[in-house]
Design a protein around this ligand. Sequence first.
Ligand code: ATP
Ligand code: MG
Length: 402
Amino acid sequence: MIWKEILIRYGELSTKGKNKKEFITRLRENIRYSFHDIAPLKIRTERDRMHIEIENQEKMDVLMEGLTKVFGIQNFSPVAVCEKDVDSIKDLAIKIMDLYKEKEITFKVEVRRSDKTFPLDSHELQREIGGHVLRNYPNISVNVKKPDVELRIEVRTDAIYMMAQIIQGAGGMPVGSNGKSLLMLSGGIDSPVAGYFLMKRGVRLEAIHFASPPYTSDNSLEKVKDLANELTKFGAKIRLHVIPFTEIQVLIKESVPENVTMTSTRRLMMRIADQVREEIGALGIVTGESLGQVASQTLESLTAINDVTNTPIIRPLIGFDKLEIIEIAEKIGTYETSILPYEDCCTIFTPANPKTKPRVDKVNYYESFTEFDELIDRAVRNREMYLFPEKKPSKDKFADLL
Ligand code: ATP
Ligand code: MG
């Protein structure tokens, strides 16, 4: 294998002033976490880029595929290294361009020379290497404006670095660099996408799910667990809190007029979520709501839901159409799980004609006859927690010695 390392460029991190060091440390930790299967990784960081050494093809394949999912990476390139003499540079250029020998392509050579003592200047080296490649590969021609392949040669003090490919990263910021929020994860299409957007901006997530057994089944809970697990692929662990919600849903049905049960259900979910949020030290609550999608997602409904807390409620999908959300769900790999046909606690208790424009004062009035506080405390206390990714049975490091 000709590649020696993968070079990572940070993107938006570069503008972060004094937080930069912390961001870079976080990105390095997240990379180590995402690729613990191929540990140990030798990672070297610089102000504006990071290098991961690659010792074999397997590591290379895993990294090339997985790095596209890690937030905080603008793009990355496999890099080859050689001695600082013209013949070695020519040999390496030929080896790299050999990867493109099957097709008709255009290329150009771009030289960066930070070591000014190197005998050839950038233009001379560019001409020398360009000419050599063209003589060896009749299928390759030059295009300086928009080449298919840009062969980039960096002349540094320690060695020559060469690369030909720039792979687009996921952008965003390293998960964990922007605090923590609690995601309301329903098992539908929208909420995992909402969680994805928060992770993309560097937010660590915990998730909360409301289950109403026996009206909702083990299968629907499994589906939610799968979704939480899928979100961990974007570079961080996720703890899922499952709230026993049956008792409260039944009480809501008995307590308020049928057409406001939906609004009250959302409000009680929010009160419980807020209590859990406070316990875990998260700063916001994230939902998959999108304006006007269903009765509970009109501005009036959202106002009635927001009324139960001062905590920021973050709705990253508010302006998205359903089809746009589906497209993203497909792209991030949650769609297939989301569409599995298991019941949701809300669909089961959904009234025939939910109010689309509930009035806050009226909802408050209807709910005022019922004591929910104790039930809320109990639901929070009796929640079950799961950590994802689930721990695999770890290979015992010392097994050989016993
Ligand atoms: P989704 O695809 O996320 O289920 P939806 O279009 O079905 O969204 P609703 O069922 O109205 O919308 O839910 C709106 C939001 O409320 C969800 O995106 C989620 O954040 C939250 N939510 C709904 N049901 C639950 C639940 N059982 N547990 C946790 N959160 C929920
Ligand atoms: Mg739903």
